[in-house]
Design a protein around this ligand. Structure first.
Ligand code: ZN
Length: 242
C-alpha cells in the first residue's frame, strides 16, 4: 500500500491542491490534524479531506476552532485567527472535526497530531522528549505532525540511543530496522525555512518513507487572508516558511 501522508494544512487550499497534484499515485490518505486554523479556507479544506476519505486525527487547532481549548493558550495572532475560524466554520465542517479521534493505530503505525503521550498538545522537538515518547506507543512506528518540521526520530534500542534524521526531499528513507517517529512536515504552513508545502509518501510494501516538497502560489493564499483581515504576521510568514 502507498499512503499519502499530510499534516497541518491550516486552511491553506492552494497548498493542499498543489500537494494532491504533485503526489505520485496513492491508495489511501492519512492526515495528522490541524486541517484548519490560520488560513483563509477552513470549510474548503475540511470538505476536500472528507472527499479524499482521509484517515484523520484531531489537532490542537481543530479543537480550538471547535471551542474545545481555551484560547488563552495561543498567541494574539493565533487567537484572532481562531475566532475568525470559529465564525467561519459551517455545520458540516464542525461535525466532521468533532468526530475526529485523537489517536489511531493502523497496522504498524500509530497516528497522532502532537505526540503519543499527549496527542493534542505536546511538541516533539528534542531527543529527550522524543525518547520518552517511544514508551507511549505499541507499534514499530508513530507518525506525528504539530511541529511543522519534516523530521524523523530513531530509537536504536540495542544501545538505547535516540537520534534524528532530517530527510532529504525526494530521497526514500528505509523503514524497518529501528522504531521511528516520523513527521511529514506541514502542507499549509512550513516552518523549516522552506516555504514549499511538505508531505510524505509511505510505501508499506517497499517499507520506505519519502518526504517531498512542492511550491504553491503563496500569493493567492496571502491575498485571500488579507481579504479576510487575518493578521499580517501570519500572512507574511508563509513567504519565508518560518
Ligand atoms: Zn499546526
Amino acid at each position: 500500500m502507498r499512503y499519502l501522508v499530510i499534516s497541518d494544512i491550516h486552511a491553506n487550499r492552494p497548498a493542499l491542491e498543489a500537494v494532491l497534484k504533485d503526489a505520485p499515485s496513492w491508495d489511501a490518505v492519512w492526515c495528522l490534524g490541524d486541517i484548519v486554523g490560520y488560513g483563509p479556507d477552513p470549510n474548503d479544506c475540511v470538505h476536500r479531506i472528507q472527499e479524499l476519505e482521509a484517515i484523520t486525527v484531531a489537532g490542537n487547532h481543530d479543537w480550538a476552532a471547535l471551542g474545545l481549548l481555551p484560547l488563552d493558550d495561543f498567541n494574539a495572532d493565533a487567537r484572532h485567527a481562531h475566532l475568525w475560524t470559529r465564525r467561519e466554520l459551517n455545520d458540516f465542517s464542525r461535525e466532521y472535526l468533532q468526530q475526529l479521534p485523537t489517536s489511531l493505530e493502523h497496522g504498524d503505525f500509530t497516528l497522532v497530531h502532537g505526540s503519543p503521550r499527549e496527542p493534542i498538545w505536546e511538541y516533539l522537538l528534542d531527543l529527550v522528549v522524543a525518547r520518552a515518547n517511544f514508551d507511549h506507543f505499541r507499534t514499530p512506528f508513530c507518525i506525528v505532525g504539530h511541529t511543522h518540521l519534516p523530521l524523523i526520530f530513531v530509537l536504536n534500542d540495542t544501545i538505547n540511543r535516540c537520534y534524528t534524521i532530517v530527510p532529504d526531499p525526494g530521497v526514500p528513507v528505509p523503514l524497518g530496522q529501528y522504531r521511528m517517529i516520523l513527521n511529514p512536515g506541514s502542507v499549509g504552513q512550513p516552518r523549516d525555512g522552506d516555504p514549499r508545502a511538505s508531505y510524505a509518501i509511505l510505501d508499506t510494501d517497499a517499507m520506505t518513507w519519502e518526504v517531498r516538497r512542492v511550491a504553491y502560489p503563496v500569493e493567492i493564499t496571502q491575498e485571500r487572508m488579507r481579504a479576510r483581515n487575518l493578521p499580517e504576521r501570519l500572512i507574511k510568514r508563509l513567504m519565508v516558511g518560518r
